[in-house]
Each structure stands twice: as structure tokens, then as C-alpha cells.
Design a protein around this ligand. Structure first.
Ligand code: SAH
Ligand code: SF4
Ligand code: F3S
Length: 475
């Protein structure tokens, strides 16, 4: 695998993709003979991050090509597929609960195919447990063989045997898979896969393989295509977008990609996530400031405000380096909205160290935070680190953190009063005649308007500020 990595070529071969297209046709023939009156229905549910949601859209694209329609009702489904996440224990517990609940559906409908995929399934101990404890699961596949879904499904349909494939590898890139996009005007655009960072608490590098970047022109062309189709918001995805193309040693880095997409003609905005602080450069911040289509929102997960904890997390930056980036960013873009991820109660973290996270939050003035209590992940370094602080104690710290962030967010949104923001209208709000959208800074804003505005940009003047959302009037 090392040689492949050096050459930057993780591409699945044309022959392999053609073979899968043939399998796709075979599946279509088999199911059309079994379902003569109407098309079979698939229930597909994705957990986890946007990267996984984007995989889910490719999985749905392949299923659609094989002749499946989609349903939101499990009891109506001929195929149920859970695309899972392994980031925290809670995420896995929920999946186990849901698989258990499928037993009754399978009993009522014995031909129902039950399939599992995604990060959680890429772990051997999970696949083993599913194999033993859930005999009605027909198909299980990992993150490196998504493009083989037609072949795997064909084997399930024709052999009636259980098919489990969690081939481990450094990872691949399968270009040209069909995509069934869930959104009409917001699109996910993966630019890279995998992660090389091995933060000591994190399972992602083990279940997603090594960092591999998609071809620059392929991404720009996909973005052009999306704009031509009427998409108004494109979110570039990767676990660490700042290291885009480093695996290939190419000068076409992430800022260059942002500039190239920004140059596409049309009225749309560009978002991206996630940025790792260790690779976040002043060049990236300068580029954000210069590119009018790039949303002035930076999701820059800090995880902790204490240098000792950061080192044990293997994050490879210090509090000061992080804060200096933030100061530079605010100087360039005073209106910038910054968000972050925080882990509370990393093994061995002391209350005094946690207080450094509180003071950092107070200094940065984040718009919002995604906060998590540390969850031990089997196979990671932090899994076996001594963790003496009780769950209750961590819960108290967690509350202190979220209370502080609530005050900060409230003050930030209060500062939006009477200002005008450009907003992408997204959906109808709960109240009659009210629409909901997001500002560039990713703050939810509600205003009265006709639903035919959904999917377009409008200017809204803020009249009322709550902690997490604001209200306004179109102008
Ligand atoms: N690549 C991104 C993070 C992706 S995972 C980055 O490095 O910023 C999303 C978030 O989940 C992480 O930022 C972290 O805050 C949280 N997370 C990951 N592993 C975790 C664990 N074992 N316990 C608790 N939170 C975790
Ligand atoms: Fe996990 Fe760290 Fe990679 Fe993010 S950068 S996915 S936290 S290992
Ligand atoms: Fe979860 Fe995998 Fe994403 S572990 S957060 S779905 S990369």
C-alpha cells in the first residue's frame, strides 16, 4: 500500500467500476423478476458526519440505478440499510438498538434484506458481534468497498448466504459513482477521504484509512456542474481539508481549490469542513477574506484549551498557536463566525486544565460549539489511558461549559440586531407563513415570506435576537 500512497493513486480502476455496472444490471434483472408489479423499496438511514451523509448519497445513487425506490417507512421496505458511525459509544448503542428492532419487520417480511455499512461496521469486533448476535443481518460491508455494493447485493440475492466484507486497506477513491442528492439547493462535495492524524481519542483513522485527495479538476468540474444544476450552497468535505493534496505533494492546495471554485460564475456560496488547526494557514484565512463566495464561517475544532491535554490528544498545536490564528482571522474578517468541537473529560484531565478550555472559549467568542464528553474507542490510544474522573463530575464540567457558551452565543446574536444579512432560505419554519434560513455565519434566521423563496438568497434585517436563532424582516 505504501507505494500506492506515494504515487497518490488510490483510484479504483475503470475495469472494476465497469464490473460493478454489470452487477448493477444483474441486480436490476433479478429484482424486476421478483417484484413484477412495482419497484422494490429501500429504506436508507445514515448516521454521523457529513462525509458519511455524502457516502449515503452515493449508496442511494447505486441503489436507484439498480431499480430501487426509497421509502421513509421501514415496514414498507424490501431493503433496509443503516450507514453507521463509530465516533462515540452512544452512536453505536443507538445502531444496536435499531438493528434489534428490525427483527420483527424481518419476521413479518422474510424476504427483507437487512444491510449495514459505514464506519462502525469497519471494526472487526463489531462485525463479529453482528455475525453472532444478529443472524437476520444479510449484508455487512465496510467503508473501503462501498463501490462494490452491486456485486455484494447480487451475492445476497442469488446465494441467500450472508455476505460480510470489511476488507481493510489504506482506502480507495471511486470516481463516477451515481449520486442521489437529498438536497435540491445544498450539496456536499467531498474533496478528500481518510485521516492521517491519529488524535489519540479518535477512531476515524482506523475506519477510514489514510488521507487521499480527489483530483483538483474533477472537484472543480463537479462544482461547476452543481452550480449549473442550480445548487446555491456547496460544502467541501474532508476530515482535514487544510491538508488537501499534501498526500500528492501538489502545489494545488486547499486555498487554490477555494479560489478555483470561487471563480465559477453564478450565485452560490462555498462552505467547508473540517479545518484542523495544525494545518490552518494564514494563506487559508487570506483566501477566505478575498473570495466573495466563501462563507465567512470557520469551523476550527480546538478540542481543549490546555496545552498538556492538547499534547496528550496528539493535536500538534498549542493554545497560543490556535489563539494567534483566531486573532489573525478576526483582524481580516471582523464579522467572522467561528465554531468548534470540544471534548470534556479527556482521560486524566483535571478541573484546572478544563478551566483553560473555559477561558479559551471566553476569549474566542464562538458562535456555537459541538461539545462531547470523552467516549473511549477500542483500538485508540486513549482507550487504555487511566480515566479517574467520574461521569457525574464530567457531566458537571460539561454543564459549566455549555452554560458559558450560551451566554457568549446570546451576546453574539444580540450584536446582530438591526443589521442586514444575506440569507439562503432553506425551509418552512414551524409557525405559519414563516421561513427559516441561515446567514453566511451559519446562524439560523426566521422571517415571514412566501415558500417559493425556498432555495434562493434574500436580505433580512434582524429585529429580534434569541440565544441560538434570530428573527427578522425581509428587505
Ligand atoms: N476531523 C475533525 C473531527 C471529526 S470527528 C477534526 O479533527 O476536527 C468530530 C468530533 O467528534 C471531534 O472534533 C471531536 O470533538 C469528537 N470526537 C471524536 N472522537 C471522540 C471521542 N472518542 N469521544 C468524544 N468525542 C469525540
Ligand atoms: Fe479524528 Fe483527529 Fe482525524 Fe479529526 S483529525 S478525524 S479528530 S484523528
Ligand atoms: Fe462517524 Fe465515520 Fe464520520 S466515525 S463522524 S461517520 S467518519
Amino acid at each position: 500500500m505504501t507505494d500506492i500512497k506515494k504515487s497518490g493513486n488510490f483510484l479504483v480502476s475503470k475495469e472494476e467500476l465497469e464490473k460493478q455496472t454489470e452487477y448493477s444490471e444483474l441486480v436490476k434483472t433479478v429484482i424486476s423478476s421478483r417484484f413484477s408489479t412495482e419497484n422494490p423499496k429501500a429504506f436508507v438511514h445514515t448516521y454521523g458526519c457529513q462525509g458519511n451523509v455524502s457516502d449515503g448519497e452515493r449508496i442511494k445513487g447505486m441503489l436507484e440505478e439498480m431499480g430501487y425506490e426509497f421509502t421513509d417507512d421501514v415496514s414498507q421496505a424490501d431493503l433496509v440499510l443503516y450507514n453507521t458511525c463509530a465516533i462515540r459509544e452512544h452512536a453505536e448503542d443507538r445502531v444496536f438498538g435499531n438493528i434489534g428492532a428490525l427483527k420483527q419487520y424481518k419476521k413479518a417480511k422474510p424476504h427483507m434484506i437487512i444491510a449495514l455499512c459505514g464506519c462502525m461496521m469497519q471494526q472487526q469486533h463489531i462485525a463479529d458481534r453482528i455475525y453472532k448476535s444478529f443472524p437476520y443481518v444479510n449484508l455487512l460491508f465496510g467503508t473501503h468497498v462501498i463501490h462494490k455494493l452491486p456485486e455484494l447485493l447480487y451475492r445476497v440475492l442469488c446465494t441467500k448466504k450472508r455476505v460480510f466484507d470489511i476488507t481493510d486497506s489504506d482506502g480507495v477513491i471511486a470516481e463516477g459513482l451515481p449520486v442521489h442528492r437529498d438536497g435540491r439547493f445544498k450539496a456536499w462535495l467531498p474533496i478528500m477521504y481518510g485521516c492521517n492524524n491519529f488524535c489519540s481519542y479518535c477512531i476515524v483513522p482506523y475506519v477510514r484509512g489514510r488521507e487521499r485527495s480527489r483530483d483538483f479538476d474533477t472537484i472543480v468540474n463537479e462544482a461547476k456542474h452543481l452550480v449549473a444544476q442550480g445548487y446555491k450552497e456547496i460544502t467541501l468535505l474532508g476530515q482535514n481539508v487544510n491538508s488537501y493534496n499534501r498526500d500528492k505533494g501538489s502545489e494545488y492546495n486547499f486555498p487554490a481549490l477555494l479560489r478555483a471554485i470561487n471563480a465559477i460564475e453564478g450565485d452560490f456560496i462555498i462552505r467547508f469542513m473540517t479545518s484542523h488547526p495544525k494545518d490552518c494557514t494564514t494563506e487559508l484565512l487570506d483566501t477566505m477574506a478575498q473570495c466573495d463566495k466563501v462563507a465567512k464561517h470557520l469551523h476550527l475544532p480546538v478540542q481543549s484549551g490546555n496545552d498538556k491535554v492538547l499534547e496528550e490528544m496528539n493535536r500538534k498545536y498549542t493554545r497560543e498557536k490556535y489563539l494567534s490564528l483566531i486573532r489573525y482571522a478576526y483582524k481580516l474578517m471582523p464579522e467572522l463566525s467561528i465554531t468548534s468541537d470540544i471534548i470534556v473529560g479527556f482521560p486524566g484531565e483535571q478541573y484546572d486544565e478544563f478551566k483553560d478550555t473555559l477561558s479559551l472559549i471566553d476569549e474566542v467568542k464562538y458562535t456555537s460549539l459541538y461539545t462531547f464528553i470523552f467516549s473511549p474507542r477500542k483500538g485508540t490510544k486513549a482507550y487504555s489511558m487511566p480515566d479517574p474522573v467520574s461521569r457525574e463530575e464530567k457531566g458537571r464540567w460539561f454543564k459549566e461549559l455549555t452554560d458559558l457558551q450560551e451566554q457568549i452565543a446570546g451576546r453574539r446574536t444580540a450584536g446582530m440586531k438591526d443589521k442586514v444579512y444575506r440569507v439562503l432560505c432553506e425551509e418552512k419554519a414551524k409557525a405559519e407563513g414563516v421561513l427559516s434560513g441561515r446567514t453566511e455565519g451559519n446562524i439560523i434566521i426566521e422571517f415571514c415570506g412566501n415558500e417559493n423563496l425556498i432555495g434562493s438568497f434574500v436580505n433580512v434585517k434582524v429585529t429580534e435576537c434569541r440565544t441560538w436563532i434570530v428573527r427578522g424582516e425581509m428587505c
